[in-house]
Every structure is written in C-alpha cells, then in structure tokens.
Design a protein around this ligand. Sequence first.
Ligand SMILES: Nc1ncnc2c1ncn2[C@@H]1O[C@H](COP(=O)(O)OP(=O)(O)OP(=O)(O)O)[C@@H](O)[C@H]1O
Ligand SMILES: [Mg+2]
Length: 269
Amino acid sequence: MAGETNVTYRRGMDHTTQQAEGGSATALVRLAGVNKHFGDLHVLQDIDLSVARGEVVVVIGPSGSGKSTLCRAINRLETIDDGVIELDGHRLPEEGKALAQLRADVGMVFQSFNLFAHKTILENVTLGPIKVRGMKSSEAKELAMGLLERVGVESQAHKMPAQLSGGQQQRVAIARALAMQPKVMLFDEPTSALDPEMINEVLDVMVGLAKDGMTMIVVTHEMGFARKAADRVVFMADGQIVEEAEPEVFFTNPRSERAQEFLSKILTH
Ligand SMILES: Nc1ncnc2c1ncn2[C@@H]1O[C@H](COP(=O)(O)OP(=O)(O)OP(=O)(O)O)[C@@H](O)[C@H]1O
Ligand SMILES: [Mg+2]
C-alpha cells in the first residue's frame, strides 16, 4: 500500500490530492501552511508543498514571487513565521549541531557560484566532507575526484576558481554540494548568470542527476530542462503556489491567467 502511494505520488498529482490520500507521509520534503513576511510583505503565503523521494520539482514564476525565499526557507537560511517544514519526516532544527546536519543534508546551488576563491577546486569539494562529515582527507579526495569527473572538470582540480569558466565553476558548485551526500538538492536559478554557451553543460549535469534519482527542487525558467527532467512544475506568483502540473500539461495548457500571462512573456523572449 505504501509502495502504491509512492508511485502515484511521484507522478505529480496536485498536492491537495496527495494530502487527502496521505501521500505526505512519504514526502522527503514537506511544507505545510508555511507563511513568511518581510515587514509588510507577505512573501510566502500558506505554502503547502510535498516533494517525494526521487522527485524533481521545477519552481517557476515572476521575479519577486518568493521562489528564492522558498528555497532559503527549506535550507533554513530564512526563518518562517508559521507552518511546518520537514525534511525526511523531521522538522527543521532551530540551531546548533542539528542545523549543521540539516544543511549538510540539503545541497544548495545558487545563481552565483559561491566557490571559496582562495581554495583550489579540489579543496572546495573536500572541505565539507572533512569538516562536517568528519571524513579522512584521503577519502574525501577520492570522493571529490570522482564527483569532479562526474561533472566533467576533473582536469581542473588543482586550479583556483577564477581560472575556470562560469559553467565550469557552476559544475564544481554542484560537485561540492554532492560531496556532502545530500538527501535533496536545491537549485536557485543555477544557469541564469551564465553565458548562453555554458548553460547546457550545467543543465546536462542536472539532467544526469535527475535520472540517477536525486530528489531535486529547481528554480529555473529553462523549459527544456523542465520538460526533460521534471516530474512536476510548480508555478508561484505573489508568494502563493498558483498552479502545479506535469511539465507538458503546464507549458501547453496553463490553467490560471497568471501562468498564461507569465508563459506568454517568457516564450516571446
Ligand atoms: N531579506 C529580505 N528583506 C526584505 N525583503 C526581501 C528579502 N529577501 C527578499 N525580499 C523580497 O521578497 C520578495 C520575494 O523575493 P524572492 O527573492 O524570494 O523572489 P524570487 O521569486 O526569487 O525573485 P527572482 O525571480 O527575482 O529571483 C521580493 O519582493 C523581495 O524584494
Ligand atoms: Mg530568486
């Protein structure tokens, strides 16, 4: 029975149905009734979102709709005013060791690459496993080299970040997040700061990850990625989840006026 729930759940039903059927019990990431204000601005409004293990969810929506805040809340880089956020059945810890552990379980890749500028590529990837996971240096190096190979930059291991292209740096950022062996990966517009010719090399790595079964929440307007890799597209506007559907359904037949308007804008560019 639990297995059955899992299967239907992964195929991207709307979240109300999931909850009605108890699907949320199998969620790896679960947000329920989440609200967040920045002063007068109600930036997250009653957000309910469950992401199953192995599911790939693309979050899309206009600038200022709260997509980054949503990601940051899941990683607890932002606090929330009320509601619940759970990772693998546990509420996000407030502070201390448990919070550090949570951050290790949630890999995050941002728009700007955020590599440590004064460390080599290899050191960038080994640092977390050594410091946070307590891994031996030799083991961490082996893990890191494997990951750098997976993202196609193993030949750059001994260079400094500034010597790499944007696309290479972003692939290192992905390897660095993976080195912590996270349960879920969050991507916040990982390709929007890249020159066009570098976008695909990063998206290809992400498609590979998705195929390997990584649970992913990806803020992106790259519809090709969504079509190839996403189980579900979540459309946000003004701090709310307005609509969610499988990519093909969402892109060809958006139900809400907000989504129609948004898609007509990004499609004509
Ligand atoms: N630390 C902050 N203090 C005050 N307001 C903030 C803060 N961070 C974000 N906001 C505001 O919250 C709203 C949502 O911001 P957020 O960055 O989550 O949007 P977004 O959907 O990621 O937008 P974009 O597509 O431009 O990245 C915006 O109006 C933004 O100005
Ligand atoms: Mg953003």
